[in-house]
Design a protein around this ligand. Structure first.
Ligand SMILES: Nc1ncnc2c1ncn2[C@@H]1O[C@H](COP(=O)(O)OP(=O)(O)OP(=O)(O)O)[C@@H](O)[C@H]1O
Length: 255
């Protein structure tokens, strides 16, 4: 069992000795209890663990959506704790992409407008060739002028995936991206995330409860009680499920 992973210099994102404490005194919770983990560039990494093990907290702190109590979080070589609010906002905008369980598309905008919205808000044009290629990767070429309400859930999440990658971020963080999808649409979105990583050399870090979803990743990192307890390369759903049974014999995580 590996309790600390070597920190690769090629990590797109990483945390070192990460501690996150919520509350104080009797209500204190150590959501992260000294985690060191790197998310390698050009790889698809899944974060798994029982409910309450710290998956979302790790993702939020690694992505600059929340701050650590102690330790450090880096995107590339940039330490997030060293940035003031303005520079942190710019880093989140320019170097990080997000995909959430709720697709968070703007209903009045077309698919094309939703994909380029973050760039438009930033007053940037982006790389038109990259965005054009992305539209093919996510398979939305014939839906560009539709509104989100005219799309299936899976198609909407594909728009959200394209939007997350549109600005060529260093890393895309996905929090339960298939949580609102039926299994076939979920498989499509997971296949898409994997394909985007393989075909374009981008980096994805995904939090999931689902061993089948985790099996799409190149590597799975396992958390328990706010600690990193294992890593698994070339995962299969069966091996991930077995590992999860050891970590969470009661199966206390949500389905
Ligand atoms: N804002 C908060 N205030 C207080 N405690 C929190 C807060 N956010 C998370 N926690 C606690 O921190 C611990 C880790 O929570 P976290 O959401 O990171 O776990 P998780 O593995 O993502 O769980 P789940 O799989 O249920 O989403 C839990 O005990 C949780 O109750």
């Amino acid at each position: 069992m590996t309790t600390s992973a070597p920190v690769l210099t090629s990590a797109a994102a990483r945390v070192t000795d990460a501690v996150k404490v919520y509350g104080s005194g009797d209500t204190e919770v150590r959501a992260l209890d000294g985690i060191t983990v790197g998310f390698p560039a050009a790889r698809f990494t899944a974060i798994m663990g029982p409910s309450g093990s710290g998956k979302s907290t790790l993702m939020h702190c690694a992505a600059g959506l929340d701050t650590l109590t102690s330790g450090a979080a880096y995107i590339g070589d940039t330490e997030l704790g060293a940035l003031d609010d303005r520079r942190l906002t710019l880093l989140r905008r320019d170097r990080v992409g997000f995909v959430f369980q709720a697709f968070n598309l703007l209903p009045t905008l077309t698919v094309a407008e939703n994909i380029t919205l973050p760039l438009d808000l930033a007053g940037e044009r982006g790389d038109p060739e990259w965005i054009d290629a992305l539209i093919d990767v996510v398979g939305l070429r014939d839906r560009l002028h539709h509104r989100p309400s005219e799309l299936s859930g899976g198609q909407q999440q594909r728009v959200a995936v394209a939007r997350a990658f549109a600005g060529s971020p260093d890393v895309v963080f996905a929090d339960e991206p298939t949580g609102n999808l039926d299994s076939r649409s979920g498989q499509e979105v997971l296949g898409l995330l994997g394909r985007t990583v393989r075909e374009t050399g981008r980096t994805v870090v995904m939090v999931t409860h689902d061993p089948v979803a985790a099996a799409h990743a190149d590597e799975v990192v396992f958390l328990a009680d706010g600690r990193l307890v294992d890593r698994m390369t070339a995962p299969s759903a069966e091996r991930v499920l077995d590992r999860m049974k050891d970590l969470d014999p009661g199966g206390g995580h949500r389905p």
